[in-house]
Design a protein around this ligand. Structure first.
Ligand code: ADP
Ligand code: MN
Ligand code: MN
Ligand code: MN
Length: 338
């Protein structure tokens, strides 16, 4: 038996938006199945998850993949946080998605999440000058070349790391504001997409850390005439994907409309600064859906409208959303009755 490093990753209790934490354990490898990975613990009083007097929290491994940073047989392990007595910790949002996903397993739901983010050098996004502002938006989206693209080395390293970890990365692109980028994870089942999105965020933080570049998931990192950062969540069920699926897409849009007010609190902190009705968003106070409409809350992609089936895109989630909560809300709304 060989000894490997298993990097245990979990979501902490920082408010209003949690942070990722991780630490490594030497275990016997190589690891083939989840149940070979032992439970572990941490000091919850240092992560806003417990008091000093009763500080132990438990890490329950729920997903693992090859560690593309260390390579070899080393692994990354995503965890749920439990209390010392084995009950579900109040910060553990995955547990609820676990039961919702099981309830609607027969619907064969798929999610694909477009994760936008902004790379910061000290206090300014990459590409912003020390004083004043860069040239207005227009040339940066999918831009190439000096003066148009900033931070590509990190973006490329991250994409390669996601692929080497075996994550369901489906693409990368430069966004509308300088220093702002996107990658997509999916389509995958609800728990897989959310676990993998959290792991991909950890990889991004870890790789950017090497350059001492800060990753911001703030939905509106720069106020004014600069695009915000979202996490468009694409969704389908088997019925939506099959011929005749358009009537299920329309029914789904109507249900999402009915429960708009219940969704917004779960879609990321500070999203009101982003969902203004400008910069390819719909106002947070309204809900509209439409074919090919990037000013709608939910967009039906043109290809889906033409094919009569496919998927819908919920454009409301912010870049800093918790995918366990967003996927749970959408599943529960569309497949159940909220
Ligand atoms: P856009 O920028 O045009 O909104 P992207 O290409 O960035 O679109 O993202 C669309 C995402 O939709 C893909 O990355 C994929 O993960 C997801 N997707 C594709 N087909 C489906 C489907 N049937 N169900 C759920 N998600 C899907
Ligand atoms: Mn996209
Ligand atoms: Mn985008
Ligand atoms: Mn999109």
């Amino acid at each position: 038996m060989k000894r490997i490093l298993a990097e245990y990753i979990w979501i902490d209790g920082t408010k209003p938006s949690p942070l990722l934490r991780s630490k490594a354990k030497v275990i016997h490898g190589p690891i083939d199945t989840l149940k070979e990975i032992p439970l572990w613990g941490f000091d919850g009083s240092s992560t806003n998850q417990a008091s000093t007097g009763s500080s132990d929290c438990v890490l329950q491994p729920v997903f693992f993949c090859p560690d593309p940073i260390r390579g070899g047989d080393n692994i990354l392990v995503m965890n749920e946080v439990l209390n010392a007595d084995g009950s579900i910790h109040s910060t553990n949002t995955r547990a609820e998605l676990r039961s919702i996903a099981q309830k609607f397993e027969h619907e064969e739901a798929w999610f694909g999440i477009e994760q936008e983010y902004t790379l910061f050098n000290s206090i300014k996004p990459l590409g912003f000058p020390d004083h004043g502002f860069p040239e207005p938006q227009g040339k940066y989206y999918c831009g190439v070349g000096a003066g148009r693209s900033y931070g590509r080395d990190i973006v490329e390293r991250h994409a390669t790391a996601c692929l080497n970890a075996g994550l369901g990365l489906s693409g990368i692109n430069a966004e509308v504001m300088p220093g702002q980028w996107e990658y997509q994870i999916g389509p995958l089942s609800p728990l897989d997409v959310a676990d993998q999105l959290w792991i991909s965020r950890w990889l991004l933080e870890r790789i950017a850390e090497d350059n001492q570049v800060r990753v911001s998931f703030d939905p509106k990192p720069i106020k004014g005439d600069w695009n915000g950062a979202g996490a468009h969540t694409n969704f389908s069920t088997r019925a939506i994907r099959e011929p005749g699926g358009m009537k299920y897409i329309e029914a789904a849009c109507k249900k999402l409309q009915t429960y708009h007010a219940q969704h917004i609190p779960l879609y990321g902190h500070g999203n009101e600064d982003r969902l203004t009705g400008h910069h390819e968003t719909c106002s947070i106070r309204e809900f509209r859906y439409g074919i090919s409409d990037r000013g709608a809350s939910v967009r039906i992609p043109l290809a889906a409208a033409q094919a009569g089936c496919g998927y819908l895109e919920d454009r409301r989630p912010a870049a800093n959303c918790d995918p366990y909560q967003v996927c749970g809300a959408i599943l529960q709304t569309v497949c159940g009755n909220w």
